[in-house]
Ligand binder design. Structure first.
Ligand code: AHG
Length: 339
């Protein structure tokens, strides 16, 4: 076996190095990111076994060893909550899986400065068909005083106040990508050593892309401006920067990871049935809007910047458009109200 390549930075080494360079940094954020990395490794192990559920036992029932098989999204939620509760940097969480936020009521947690909002396993309807799924998270500095129990106000902050945001994609390889204001960096899990290793330093989203991602099945329910933009995408030729490709898995982590790397535009617009769209502001849209903006792209709800929306409830939904800068500019032209 070859010796470990010491020039490759692990997630822990990288975050410690990054935050060391910031005057007065306490290291709490790097600890929190390390905790999320730990939960991701545990979730990854179970996600990789998902195809065995039929022979080992259905979720909610007992497996052949007589153990109860947990639904993967519940499992992911428990793991994330567990590492953050027992870590030393997080004062509380809110999760797409839970009705309310959870304050951590022990001395160390109460003294922590961050809270975390997460979607533990997004795209879980794709598990049965072996398509990539993911975990999404956003980290905020709490607004309540250290020492107090966190309150709802700590979780209802606009996305622009995130100090870090990221996702884990359980795909052909497992990656953790996170952004701070200093940049976006991606780490691939090396299963032979069980470490996330820096594989995609300083990620940026190409200004122009040729991929648009949207659920075409809802086309006739979309606002006219969105329909107009989709028609423009379909009409692209070589002469107008095309042709474009339509790519949509139904798993936003997979769609956005690809678009971040290759350039592209992802949309989940409002529909007649769901005027506020489907995606959740705090668990899905804000983390990706933050990552995309740091990477040079843009994110809006069709009218305003996603990161400026003041949330009024934990599970609020919003239409979402995000991606490459120039594609977003063309979309925005199509969405302008007709005068
Ligand atoms: P879920 O976690 O319930 O599978 O939802 C996934 C999300 C998101 O990841 C994806 O882009 C979108 O919902 C897909 O929704 P549609 O099937 O309505 O297009």
């Amino acid at each position: 076996m070859n010796p470990i390549n010491r020039r490759v930075l692990t997630l822990d080494e990288f975050t410690i190095q990054q935050f060391r360079a910031i005057p007065n940094a306490t290291g709490e954020l790097s600890t929190l990111l390390r905790d999320i990395g730990l939960a991701a490794k545990r979730i990854n192990v179970e996600v990789n076994k998902a195809g065995l559920v039929d022979i080992l036992g259905d979720a909610g029932h007992s497996n052949v060893q007589g153990e109860e098989v947990k639904k993967l999204d519940e499992y992911a939620n428990t793991q994330l909550m567990g590492v953050l509760r027992h870590g030393i940097s997080c004062a509380g969480i809110s999760s797409e899986e839970l009705d309310s936020f959870v304050p951590f009521d022990d001395e160390l947690s109460r003294a922590s400065k961050y809270v975390c909002c997460f979607d533990p396993l997004d795209g879980s309807s794709n598990i049965d068909v072996n398509i990539s799924i993911g975990t999404i998270f956003g980290v905020y500095r709490r607004v309540t005083e250290k020492g107090e129990l966190v309150r709802e106000a700590d979780f209802l902050q606009p996305g622009v106040r995130q100090v870090a945001a990221g996702y884990i994609i359980y795909g052909s390889s497992t990656m953790l990508v996170y952004a701070t204001r200093r940049g976006v960096n991606g780490f691939t899990l090396d299963p032979s050593i069980g470490e996330f290793c820096l594989s995609h330093p300083n990620m940026s989203c190409p200004e122009e892309g040729k991929i648009y991602s949207v659920n075409h099945g809802n086309f006739f329910q979309y606002p006219k401006g969105v329909q107009h933009y989709i028609h423009r995408c379909q009409a692209k030729t070589k002469a107008t920067g095309g042709p474009y490709s339509q790519r949509y898995t139904g798993s936003m982590v997979a769609d956005l990871h690809r678009n971040l790397i290759k350039g592209g535009l992802f949309m989940y617009p409002s529909t007649q049935d769901n005027p506020k769209g489907k995606l959740r502001l705090q668990y899905e849209c804000n983390p990706f809007a933050f990552i995309m903006e740091v990477a040079g792209g843009r994110a809006t709800d069709g009218i305003q910047r996603i990161l400026n929306i003041q949330p009024t409830s934990l599970h609020q939904r919003t239409p979402l458009f995000l991606g490459s800068k120039l594609m977003m500019e063309e979309l925005e032209q199509c969405l302008l109200p007709l005068s």
